[in-house]
Write a protein that binds this ligand. Structure first.
Ligand code: OOG
Ligand code: NI
Length: 296
C-alpha cells in the first residue's frame, strides 16, 4: 500500500525490518527517479484512495555470488517465496519473481546477467567488481537499501566497455542493487484503471513512454498489460572524478485482468488472487529497454 506524500509500504503482519528495508529502497528511488515521483503526483491528484505497488524490480550480475540469490536470500528469510524462472536468451539474462508474504506488499522481480555467456574481457571487467563484493554476497539487500555500491567506484572505461555489449551490464555497474523500477497497480486505480486510458492520461501530461514493441505490452493470454516510462538520468562520478550522466530508474504500470474462471464474480468481490499473476517473458523483454536512454 502506498501512503500519501512519501508513498511508503505498510503492513503490521510482517517484520518491520522488511517494510523498513523496502521503504529505504524507495526513498533512494524517489531521489533518483523524479519522473516516477511526478507520475505518482499525477495519479494521486485524480485518485480517491491509495496507490498500490504491483512489483519492485532489481538487476544483478550472475557472478561471484552476486546474482539473484544475493538479494533473494534476505527477502526469503522475511517470507517472500520464489516463483517462476524467466529466460531472456538474446539479452543473456535470467530472472525469477518472488511472491510477497502478504498481499499489501509488492511482488519482487530480480534478474541477473549471465556473465559466463560474454567474452573473457567482459567477464574480467565484471569480475573485478563482483569479486570485491563477493564476501558480502548475502547482504546485497543492505547495499541497495543503503544506496551504496558494494564495489569500488567504477572506472569510466569499464562502463563504456560494458555499454558496448550490454546496456543492462553498464546500468548495473553504476546502479548496483538500487531499485530498477517500481510498478503501480493499474486495476486498483479509482480512475484510468484501463491501461489505454492511463496511456492517454500520461501522454496527455507529457510523460514519455517506452514504445519498444508498442507502448502497451500484452501477454499472449491477454491478462497482463504493462507500460513504462523511460528512465531518468543522473550524474555519476566515476573513478578519478569524471562526472557523466547515466541512466537510472524508471516507473512501470501494470494491469492484471480477472482470470476467466472468476469472471462471474461481482466487482466488489474481486481480490488480487483472482487476477492474472506472475510475469511474461515477451513483455519483460521490451520493458528492460526502458533504461536505453541518456548516458548508457
Ligand atoms: C526489468 C524488466 C522486466 C517486468 O515487469 O516484466 C519487468 C528490468 O528492467 O530490469 O519489469
Ligand atoms: Ni516490471
Amino acid at each position: 500500500m502506498a501512503g500519501k506524500e512519501t508513498w511508503k509500504l505498510a503492513s503490521d503482519k510482517v517484520s518491520p525490518i522488511l517494510t523498513g528495508g523496502l521503504n529505504a529502497f524507495l526513498s533512494k528511488y524517489w531521489a533518483r527517479a523524479p519522473t516516477a515521483g511526478l507520475a505518482m503526483d499525477f495519479l494521486e491528484n485524480q485518485q480517491k484512495g491509495n496507490l498500490y505497488f504491483d512489483h519492485f524490480a532489481f538487476r544483478t550480475f550472475g557472478m561471484n555470488g552476486c546474482g539473484i540469490d544475493s538479494l533473494a536470500s534476505t527477502l526469503q528469510s522475511f517470507g517472500y517465496e520464489r516463483r517462476d524462472n524467466l529466460i531472456f536468451k538474446q539479452k543473456k539474462l535470467n530472472a525469477y519473481w518472488f511472491a510477497p508474504p502478504v498481499p499489501e506488499l509488492p511482488r519482487i522481480f530480480i534478474s541477473e546477467l549471465q556473465v559466463e555467456a560474454f567474452s573473457d574481457q567482459v567477464q574480467e571487467i565484471i569480475g573485478k567488481y563482483t569479486k570485491q563484493a563477493s564476501p558480502a554476497s548475502d547482504h546485497m539487500f543492505l547495499s541497495g537499501s543503503l544506496g551504496v555500491l558494494p564495489w569500488k567506484t567504477p572506472a569510466l572505461e569499464d562502463f563504456k566497455a560494458l555499454a558496448e555489449v550490454s546496456e543492462y551490464a553498464a546500468w548495473t555497474l553504476v546502479n548496483g542493487y538500487s531499485l530498477n523500477h517500481t510498478t503501480i497497480s493499474v486495476h486498483n486505480l479509482s480512475r484510468m484503471n484501463e491501461i489505454e486510458d492511463l496511456v492517454r492520461g500520461l501522454e496527455g501530461a507529457d510523460f514519455k513512454l517506452n514504445s519498444s514493441g508498442g507502448v502497451v505490452k500484452t501477454s499472449p493470454d491477454g491478462g497482463l498489460r504493462q507500460i513504462s516510462t523511460l528512465a531518468d538520468t543522473f550524474d555519476f562520478e566515476f573513478e578519478g572524478g569524471k562526472v557523466v550522466p547515466v541512466s537510472g530508474p524508471y516507473i512501470e504500470f501494470a494491469q492484471r485482468l480477472v482470470l476467466p474462471e472468476f469472471s462471474h464474480l461481482p466487482e466488489d468481490q474481486i481480490e488480487e488472487h483472482h487476477r492474472r499473476d506472475g510475469f511474461e517473458q515477451g513483455n519483460a523483454d521490451k520493458i528492460f529497454e526502458s533504461t536505453q536512454v541518456g548516458g548508457s
